[in-house]
Design a protein around this ligand. Structure first.
Ligand SMILES: *Cc1c(COP(=O)(O)O)cnc(C)c1O
Length: 442
């Protein structure tokens, strides 16, 4: 158990008494007291606030603390917490029942909206998490190509499916676990890992296994080792190489879909993948995942084709309702430019502070995804991301938390800006960051 320690990391006193009691109790019943590792604050020490409410840009904890939230449930809440049209649509939907295990029109409605936004997705299948989406997308790629090997990139996270837990980012990077016990070597052997942004390595892998690679899976903007943008030739080269060798290009847009633009990263960079994985935003804050692509590929799936996948709660009416309401709002003109304005203003303020403070920081941002790496050298892949001073980051994090800013509790995560973040929120955040960096220096 890792109770306490918070006061060691923050110069500013903060009351987390009730949360700490709950965390202590939770650890008796839930491993580490949580249902997803990053929530336990292991990467930054201290103990997490237990949340009772979210509204707009803010979350509120058991001790009455209020935070401006830059986690936003790790991406889904691009509209902020309890966005009124979603809440009222959900209230109406729940009156009609929570699940039928039979088809509804809602599924076609959301599928059509996604297909219109992301034309490479001619057909889609809804599942319950990003992990499930990626796991099935790989099965589909293997079924379609009759090949077994998959290429992935170090520091990209694609959920926790067996065979993808090789050199993952996020929690794994932070915890320093190179691989997970429980994953058979035989699975991992079919996963080939290259450094992000390193085409030479990918070319080498293809030269070595020209007829064995089913697909290349990539986060088109890496956001699970902190934000690492693709270099200009990276995605076009992946598209060219996969075409040349008859492998499928799989974009994991679980974070970037409807985040970096309405059409996702594929619209932003003008690259058409064969299969796209989605999740997070398309469920409006409820559990979801999805994978989609060309009809000829998607019709490999049961019940049309031989590749099997099913789900008791897949396409759940409440989730579909929240997704439809979210995309409805996001499809309105000007929404993404508004989000870009908020995000760029935060980035500019941070960059100005960094320049002034003379502290070793490398700030990355794509759209409303932002990371402050505590390193002076450019971050282009997992290796360079890991140059960051995570101890310093931990102190920075606790300073922010104590001043009411809920920043992601790990150096290797993106901060998420939502449409609910106001000018005042961003300005308050800037002031706190300035203070925190000053105190780290002194
Ligand atoms: C979050 C995430 C996943 C996994 O989604 P879950 O819903 O947590 O299973 C997969 N890929 C990427 C890029 C993600 O950010």
């Amino acid at each position: 158990m890792f109770l306490g320690g918070c006061e060691l990391y923050s110069d500013v006193p903060m009351n987390l008494e009730h949360s700490q009691k709950l965390f202590y109790e939770a650890q008796h019943y839930l491993p580490g007291g949580v249902d997803s590792p990053v929530r336990a604050f292991k990467a930054v020490s201290g103990t997490p606030p237990f949340i009772v409410k979210g509204k707009g840009s803010k979350i509120y904890d058991e001790d009455g603390n209020e935070f401006i939230d830059y986690v936003c449930s790790w991406g889904p809440l691009i509209l902020g917490h309890s966005y009124p049209p979603i809440v009222s649509a959900l209230k109406q939907a729940v009156e009609r029942g929570t699940s039928y295990g039979a088809p509804t029109e809602l599924e076609t409605t959301l599928a059509k909206m996604i297909s219109t936004a992301v034309p490479s997705i001619e057909m889609i299948r809804f599942v319950n998490s990003g992990t499930e989406a990626v796991m099935t997308a790989l099965r589909l790629a293997r079924g379609f190509t009759h090949r077994d090997k998959i290429v992935k990139f170090a520091g990209c996270y694609h959920g926790h499916a067996d065979g993808l837990l090789t050199k993952g980012g996020s929690g794994l990077a932070t915890l320093g676990i190179p691989d997970s016990p429980g994953v058979p070597l035989s699975y991992a052997q079919n996963t080939l890992t290259a450094p992000y942004n390193d085409m030479k390595s990918v070319e080498n892998i293809f030269e070595r296994y020209p007829k064995e690679i089913a697909g290349v899976i990539v986060e088109p903007v890496a956001a699970n080792m902190g934000v690492v943008p693709p270099q200009p030739d990276f995605l076009p080269s992946l598209r060219r190489l996969t075409n040349e060798f008859g492998a499928l290009l799989i974009f994991d847009e679980v974070i970037t879909g409807f985040r970096v633009s309405y059409g996702g990263a594929q619209a932003l960079y003008g690259i058409t993948p064969d299969i796209t994985c989605l999740g997070k935003i398309i469920g409006g804050g409820l559990p979801i995942g999805a994978y989609g692509g060309r009809q000829e590929i998607m019709e490999m799936m049961a019940p049309v084709g031989p590749v099997y996948q099913a789900g008791t709660l897949s396409g759940n009416p409440l989730v579909m309702t929240a997704g439809i309401e979210t995309l409805n709002l996001l499809s309105k003109p000007g929404v993404y430019s508004q989000l870009e304005a908020k995000s760029s203003s935060l980035e500019e303020s941070i960059s100005a502070i960094v320049a002034e403070a003379g502290i070793d920081l490398y700030v990355t941002r794509i759209a409303s995804l932002l990371t402050m790496f505590f390193t002076s050298s450019p971050v282009v892949d997992f290796k360079s991301a890991k140059q960051s001073d995570t101890t310093l980051f931990g102190r920075f994090f606790h300073h922010l938390l104590a001043e009411g800013i809920y920043w992601p509790p790990s150096q290797f995560e993106a901060a998420f800006i939502s449409l609910a973040h106001s000018h005042d929120d961003l300005q308050a955040t800037t002031m706190v960051i300035k203070k925190a960096l000053r105190s780290l220096q002194g």
